[in-house]
Write a protein that binds this ligand. Structure first.
Ligand code: LRH
Ligand code: MN
Length: 388
């Protein structure tokens, strides 16, 4: 049977990184529904991230996206965050929004465009030096829409060269998180489409390069927990971009579309004793709240990850391993399902109270008046995110 005190301690020490861009406006190609109270500046995004941490107790860092969070003084921004009780996390590069990147960024046939894109990766490491961030998060929208459009092999060579430059720029305590994605915006071939491609490039680069798994970036039906288990065994799992989806890269609240999948993923993490922050995996959210209020949606997402984690920690692993060793298929499955079917909300309520927090963070947030305050205060100026 799981040791409840150990389970509660692991839950108290859990750390989830929120994404600055999820506090901004977002939508689809059809419509962006702007929301009142949305932040206008990186500082206001960080204030919202600090609010998520204030009510959940397990979201002590916020990832930035450059240039969406570009400021004149990143050390000052880091100080601003610290004053609010959070730290600046992964630095996300953006080589997908510039006109020059139509045919690719670091894989572009044009060497001048490749140079520009690679320089952006290096600029992001300069920013990490100022924010004290460990993680350089790289996602490339690079790909093709039609067969023959470009040479698949040459694009991999170009990608490898740019990754090498970024890798060699890292200091000892910094690392690369290489995120993969099956498709979109490219619809025929993506240059980093799957975990295998990311993994191979990370091995080619060296120990400071690891794979980032965005749970929305796989073909339907992909067994993501197998990828998690495999990369953990190889010591090459660096981070998650948690969200959920019914169809494609829907970027919905983590655990909303498939809480059982999130549980199976967290079980592989727990089974590898990889939950503790000291292990080094960055558990991030990467979501877009197109129609729902953003801060309570992110609080709910953090709670969904906590619930999946609590259930994973409650798996009776001794009994499970025994049943598995005996080839007892039904018993093995039943033991896992018992944990999954456990209502862990009372347990998490106790953990929050032990952290000096309200057992129901969403209700506490709604009572706090923060939402009304930001709607009243944040009038005028340009809202962050996608243009409405
Ligand atoms: C790409 C992605 C990537 C981010 C972006 C906001 O789909 O998942 O992680 O840069 O979303
Ligand atoms: Mn992502």
């Amino acid at each position: 049977m799981a040791d409840l005190n150990a389970v509660k301690q692991a839950l108290r020490e859990q750390q989830i990184e929120t994404p600055s861009w999820a506090f901004g406006n977002s939508g689809t190609r059809f419509k962006v529904f702007a929301q009142a109270g949305v932040p206008r500046t990186p500082e206001e995004k960080i204030a919202d991230a600090a609010t998520v941490h204030r009510f959940t107790g397990v979201a002590p860092s916020v990832a930035l996206h450059i240039p969406w969070d570009k400021v004149a003084d990143y050390s000052a921004l880091s100080g601003f965050a610290a004053d609010l009780g959070v730290r600046l996390g992964a630095i996300n590069t953006n080589v997908f929004q510039d006109d020059d990147y139509k045919l690719g960024s670091v894989t572009n046939p044009d060497p001048a465009v490749r140079r520009k894109a690679t320089d952006h990766l290096l600029e992001a490491v300069d920013i990490m030096d100022q924010t004290g961030s460990r993680d350089l998060k790289l996602w490339f929208s690079d790909g093709l829409n039609y067969p023959g459009q470009d040479d698949l092999r040459s694009r991999q060579d170009r990608l490898a060269l740019a990754l090498r430059e970024a890798y060699d720029r890292l200091s000892d305590d910094q690392r690369i998180l290489l995120e993969y994605k099956l498709f979109e915006p490219a619809f025929y071939a993506t240059d980093v489409p799957d975990w295998g491609t990311s993994y191979a490039h990370c091995i080619e680069l060296g120990p400071k390069a690891t794979v980032c798994i965005d749970t929305g970036h796989h073909a339907p039906g992909t067994n993501i927990e197998f990828i998690v288990s495999f990369l953990l065994r190889q010591g090459k799992l660096g981070a998650f971009d948690f969200n959920s989806r019914f169809y494609a890269d829907d970027d919905l609240m983590a655990g909303a579309a498939d809480p059982f999948q999130l549980f199976r993923i967290m079980y592989e993490i727990v089974r590898a004793d990889a939950l503790n922050p000291a292990y080094g995996i960055n558990f991030m959210l990467d979501q877009c709240h197109n129609i729902e209020a953003k801060i309570p949606a992110i609080i709910r997402s953090v709670m969904n990850i906590q619930e999946a984690t609590a259930k994973a920690l409650l798996v009776d692993r001794d009994a499970l391993f025994k049943a598995q060793a005996e080839g007892d298929v039904l018993e093995s499955n039943a033991i896992l399902m018992d944990a999954y079917n456990t209502d862990v909300r009372p347990l998490l309520g106790e953990v929050r109270e032990e952290l000096g927090l309200d057992p129901n963070p969403v209700a506490a947030y709604k009572r706090s008046g923060y939402q009304e305050k930001i709607v009243a205060d944040r009038v005028g100026g340009e809202q962050a995110g996608w243009g409405a």
